[in-house]
Design a protein around this ligand. Structure first.
Ligand SMILES: NC(=O)c1ccc[n+]([C@@H]2O[C@H](COP(=O)([O-])OP(=O)(O)OC[C@H]3O[C@@H](n4cnc5c(N)ncnc54)[C@H](OP(=O)(O)O)[C@@H]3O)[C@@H](O)[C@H]2O)c1
Length: 379
């Protein structure tokens, strides 16, 4: 953040994977207040929930004292009421970061829209009210690169509807929410849209709060439960570490907020499913599974008991093993790289991701290693 920033942050999704990382950075790198909207019975319960979260992340008392938590469910709040409660905290807001979302791929369209589209609509209303009271520096919509759907080829930061088919209601509802945001940008709200790709753990420590998406096939690979993997040249895996996403969102504080989209993606550092399998085997000293075409890969899963377990666990993620989209992140990189915020290939830090996941028994260990988490995040 720059010295010009004297106002605080209003953050949704603070209890989520990306939100936790962002909030902790905000507390460590600024001396500014943060107001967070979280699901809770009331504001007191919201404050208690966030205090517990911050304690687990290793925030100190002075950092915790800068947080005000307000209860708000994205599917069910009155924007006028929330804006009034935010203003009543007395903490001026410069940055609204809307990270809360339903990230499940198996929701009915209306359920996904209730959080992702209607929730965004409410947050835009809140932002407009705050902007009228005191100009905001920016409203940041945390979207996803996979608004691309199953687009074949390069998908750019200016691309939106390119005739793509959506794999699920998550992709569709996230694109619809972007469209709402763009309309508000045209109406004068200072807006940025950031599109991360697949977010994994911290590059230094391996820390993650979520063991879904990439961790499911990784776990099966590391357990030696995968007999075959797709050919080397199929299945683009665009993976970014959570520290890159959080650093980028903070660093973009001075970047144009005119409705523009920033791809927080690996871009030219993206790998393939086969390359990930090789790297995982190398990191854990295992033999490489044999290779099959992407088409026969799904069928081979059904041939063994372990494969069937993997297929069941992969479930809605299975279509992401055959992605043919590459993401052009030229705009974001041109801004971020000179500021020292750079993405690197996941193969460089994969051993740390695996080591952390193994230590946490792939998400089955919670709480017991809180102290270790604090140490890791303190770095
Ligand atoms: N993780 C990725 O790989 C990835 C990739 C690309 C884009 N993104 C985007 O990044 C953002 C954050 O994702 P994440 O990985 O941090 O997800 P996450 O760990 O599942 O966190 C989701 C957050 O949204 C909140 N939320 C969900 N429904 C809500 C509701 N009805 N009202 C209020 N809050 C609600 C959750 O609160 P509770 O704790 O109360 O459930 C949680 O704080 C999302 O917008 C997502 O689309 C994520």
């Amino acid at each position: 953040m720059t010295h010009a920033d004297r106002g605080g942050l209003l953050l949704t999704g603070a209890s989520g994977f990306v939100g936790q990382s962002l909030l902790l950075r905000w507390l460590r790198r600024t001396d500014l207040p943060a107001t967070v909207l979280v699901r809770a019975a009331d504001d007191r319960a919201a404050q208690a929930r966030v205090a517990g979260l911050l304690e687990g992340l290793g925030a100190d008392d002075a950092q915790c004292a800068r947080i005000r938590a307000l209860a708000a469910d994205m599917t069910d709040f009155d924007p006028a009421d929330v804006a009034a409660r935010v203003l009543a905290t007395g903490a001026p807001i410069d940055h609204v970061v809307h990270s809360a979302a339903c990230v499940r791929f198996d929701q009915e369209l209306e359920a996904a829209r209730a959080v992702n589209v209607q929730g965004t609509s409410k947050m835009l209303d809140v932002a407009q009210r705050l902007h009228a009271a005191r100009p905001l520096r920016r409203y940041v919509q945390v979207s996803t690169a996979y608004v691309s759907g199953a687009h074949d080829g390069s998908f750019g930061e200016d691309d939106r509807r390119v005739g793509q088919a959506f794999r699920n209601t998550y992709e569709q509802s996230k694109l619809e929410s972007e469209e709402l945001v763009t309309r508000h940008a045209a109406g004068g709200l200072p807006v940025q849209i950031v599109r991360p790709s697949i977010v994994v753990g911290d590059r230094e420590s391996g820390w993650t709060a979520a063991f879904n998406v990439l961790y499911v096939p990784l776990r099966a690979l590391v357990a030696g439960a995968v007999a075959a993997v797709p050919e080397h040249d199929t299945g683009v895996l665009d993976v970014v570490p959570v520290d890159y996403v959080a650093d980028a969102i903070l660093s973009l504080s001075d970047a144009p907020a005119d409705g523009r989209v920033y791809h927080l993606t690996a871009g030219r550092h993206a790998i393939t499913v086969g390359q990930l399998a090789d790297a995982a085997c190398k990191a854990t000293g295992q033999d490489r599974p044999s290779r099959v075409s992407a088409e026969t890969f799904a069928a081979t899963l059904g041939e063994t008991a372990a494969g069937r377990v993997l297929a069941a666990n992969l479930g809605d993620y299975l279509p992401y093993l055959d992605v043919r989209t590459t993401f052009d992140s030229a705009g974001a990189e041109a801004y971020l790289a000179p500021r020292g915020v750079r993405v690197t290939p996941v193969t460089d830090y994969l051993p740390r991701l695996i080591a952390f996941a193994q230590e946490r028994r792939w998400g089955r260990v919670r709480g017991a290693l809180a102290a270790r988490t604090r140490t890791l995040l303190a770095r």
